[in-house]
Design a protein around this ligand. Structure first.
Ligand code: XMP
Length: 313
């Protein structure tokens, strides 16, 4: 049985002895990095610098929420505006692994810039077990490079500390609840953000589309959850690079396709698609096609993991 109290006690002690001086932590507002930051602030206080990189790849309203969460903790909070740098670095890139590597490397580069300025030598990360298991190594196949592992450059200038390395998602969620973090019930969001929910090249226009589509999916599913539907484990929208013909009013339209993904899982290693009611799917499709310019078709992904993964890239 996972014992939250004992884990926290030991993790704080380990962090205290592992980190000499200042550490930085990348925070995204996700459960993993928030729990790692909380443990870090318990161990190091103001010697922990929490860096939030606004990549422009985050969900709607996410930046504001993250800022509000971390400004309450006894640590130093730094926000870096980097949306233009990420868009520039991703220009023309289509391959999912390349996207992941570029995003991971730029993240690290920005951290290193901040770390240098802050004179920190350590980097605390919220890496959890599935991140490194699925990123390959040894006899394991690389399924996808999770950005907090596969994206690291060979010559790291920072020493990595990973307090959640041996935990699975359900355990991290229990910890978040135990630590009183409001993110406890929040669904997971991948490090590379919306960039891997756009199949093909990432552009500002496509980011705006997929951000709004993800928001609609979340809003409609959460409304249904309030009415009693069981909350799916993770749900989002993916923008496909496929245009199809439609009709808007009495005019021909030629627009993008959005895929909706909703899955149930315990540890993200396997997942099954959620049997969402058709009426809910219809509401989502209607809102997406009415409210988002340039989208005229919505499909539902009915694949389990395996053989698919949860995210499309
Ligand atoms: P997949 O797509 O591999 O996703 O079935 C499993 C879970 O991990 C999330 N995910 C990531 N999380 N960095 C992360 O921190 C990443 O690069 C990354 N890629 C996927 C995904 O959203 C799902 O919850």
């Amino acid at each position: 049985m996972f014992n939250e109290e004992k884990f926290v006690e030991e993790a704080v002690e380990k962090l205290k002895s592992a980190v000499k001086g200042k550490a930085i932590i990348a925070v995204s507002g996700g459960v993993d990095s928030s729990v790692a930051a909380k443990l870090g602030s318990m161990a190091l206080g103001e010697n922990l610098v929490a860096v939030y990189v606004d990549t422009g790849l985050m969900r709607k309203n996410e930046s504001k929420e993250v800022e509000a969460l971390f400004k309450k903790m006894p640590l130093k909070f730094v926000k870096v505006e980097a949306a233009d740098r990420f868009l520039q670095a991703l220009k023309g890139v289509v391959d999912p692994e390349k996207k992941r590597k570029i995003i991971g490397e730029l993240f690290i580069k920005i951290f290193e810039e901040v770390a240098k300025k802050e004179k920190a030598e350590y980097l605390i990360q919220g890496t959890i077990a599935p991140d490194w298991i699925e990123s390959g190594g040894g006899l394991r196949d690389t399924i996808k490079s999770h950005h907090n592992v596969g994206g690291l450059p060979m010559k790291m200038k920072l020493k990595i500390v990973e307090p959640l390395r041996d935990l699975y998602k359900d355990e991290v969620r229990k910890l978040a609840k135990y630590l009183g973090l409001k993110v406890a019930e929040r669904q997971p969001f991948p490090g590379p953000g919306l960039a891997i929910r756009i199949i093909g090249e990432v552009t500002k226009e496509k980011l705006d589309i997929v951000r709004e589509a993800c928001h609609i999916v979340e809003e409609e599913i959460e409304k249904e959850v309030e009415k009693g539907m069981e909350k799916p484990w993770q749900y989002f929208a993916v923008l496909l690079p496929i245009k199809s013909v439609g009709v808007h009013g009495d005019k021909r339209a030629y627009g993008y396709t959005i895929a909706i993904r909703s899955v149930d899982s315990i540890d993200a290693m396997t997942a099954s698609f959620t049997h969402l009611p058709y009426s809910l799917l219809e509401r989502i499709a209607t809102r997406i096609t009415n409210e988002i310019k340039g989208v005229n078709r919505v499909v539902y992904d009915i694949t389990n993991k395996p053989p698919a993964t949860i995210e499309w890239e």
